[in-house]
Design a protein around this ligand. Sequence first.
Ligand code: ADP
Ligand code: MG
Length: 666
Amino acid sequence: MTQPSVGLDFARIGITGVRFEALFEAVPLAIAIFDGELRLVNANARYRELTGVAASGQAKVSIYDAFPNALADLTDQIDSALRGTSAATAARVPFQHRGGRRLIETTFAQLVEESGGRGILFAGNDVSEREDLRETLSRNVAQLESIFDVIPDSVRVFDTEGRTVRSNTQAMQDHPSGQPSTLRELWQLDRPRTVDGTSLFMHEHPTARALRGERVRGETLAVRRGVDGAPVIIEVNSNPLYDEHGKIRGAVTVERDVSVKTQLAKALEEEARRTAELYERVSTEAERLERMVQERTQELLALQEARSRERRLAAVGQLAAGVMHDVNNALNPIMAAAYLLEANAENPVAVRDYAVRIAKAAETGAATAARVGRFIRQEPLQAEREELIDLSLVCDEVVAMTRPLWAERARGGTIHLERDLAEGAMIRGITGELREALLNLVQNALDAMAGGGTLGMRTLVTDSEVKLEIRDSGIGMSAEVRERAFEPFFTTKGRAGTGLGLAEVYGIVKRHRGFAEIESMPGVGTTIRLVFPKSSQVAADIVVEEPRKRVARRVLLVEDHPDSREFMQALLESDGHTVDTAMGIQEAMELLEKAEQVYEVLVTDIGLSDGSGWDLITFARERWPSMRIGVVTGWEPKVGAGKEGDFILRKPVRTSELLAQVAGAG
Ligand code: ADP
Ligand code: MG
């Protein structure tokens, strides 16, 4: 290789020949030398490698062809080097290289040769790596910066002098009216205080302490922030920054606004306190209410007791008044008659008349007494008097007995019967009383259905009870009537009612260890339910009355009271007898005389309008000695019954007794 001819006196600095060549190849630059005709005369390996152009002796490459893979036009750079305007103008030019695209810092410099010719020196420095690094670095910095900025905390970096070197976006927003450029300015704007209100000196500021090498962790301070300098609670962390020699270079301070958190915690605390207070108040109030309820309950109970005492007294008063009324009703005619009797003692017709009146009045009185008695005697029956009774059968009996009277009792209306009677409706008790109770209920039902309706009779058998229901589609009861219906002498029927029907039912049911219920609605109807304990014993276990022999008798019934007469007639007819009736002695005698077949049984009342029943009995005894004669009376007869009659029935007549006595004839 020929010695390059350059403008430098290399020889003077000791770089000659081989040394120069070694240097030429060793520098990390691509170097090419062009002569005065701008032809490539010399180039090192790096140049060849970069451009792919070989500096061969035969065909010298022109400078304009010496960079075939440069991706920018180098002409301007070459021309300005030729003009010698600048010693070396560097430009960054991309080159297409086999290893990819490279960025080369190209420098063209003028060479003035000894011959006076002007050559050009090219030096190319591959800056691709450096550029890549720079780019990566700036990308990273940008990334870090954006992270720095998106942090919701305020971050400030200070240098050792306490100057603000960097602040992130959040930090800038802390003081919108002016950015503190130093820690002192920040301290003046913030006016930091501890949570208990003590102002912080400059040197106590976390950043100041970090600048002295302290790591400040989670310190809570109150500072003034925003345009209006509103107090904000912050949590501060501050760290010293060290250089590679461990010397403090500054500090980074991170502040987090914890006002909301603090407020929330405070609010929560307050809420908890209020809740506790409320709870306290509520429980005191509850106690007070409980006490009040207790007091009120006591008062109510006392009031209720007073009311029920009042009601009991009212009922007793009513009972007494009713009895007094009825006793007076009975006594008045008796006293009047007794007085007249004495005055007319000599007149036998008058004496008989007054005697009859006395007897009738006494009978009425006795009947009332018996009914009241049935209400009063509520104590349970004595076992030995009980029989086993089929309630369904009793229902049928009462229907048979009363049916002829229905139309009249219901004032001409048609009564439709709905019968739903169960088998085995067996209870223990007294048939006569239960029949009486049922009669009263049927009578009430008929009274309620003036103009007709439906009468329901139902028996139900459960495991332990037998229920009997009498239902009507009548006028029904108001709440007040329903309340008082069982009271003796309570009636809404005026003079037509006695007010003793349901009272009697009540007493009878009580005596049978049962209870009675009323279901009623005005305008719809009424159901009276009697509930009895079911008899667990089977019929065979009990000494049952001999079933009555059903013998049809010819009966003459003498009674001037139409209700009693019709009732007894219906009863006897229901038992299969043929019954004729008479209102008084005269009529009875006529019937007896002209009868084609002799009556087998005569049943007569004592107090008759045209004389005493005893006269009729004496007359009949003489004419028909075999005739069975019964007396119906409300008062104890003075005369021996055996001589005058075969049986005596006390009013009110017990149906079973009447039927048994009449059937027993002959
Ligand atoms: P009385 O029938 O003589 O009035 P009760 O003791 O039998 O006396 O009945 C008392 C009252 O109960 C009756 O006056 C009537 O107001 C009411 N009451 C009883 N049964 C019925 C019924 N089936 N329907 C409507 N009201 C009734
Ligand atoms: Mg009645």
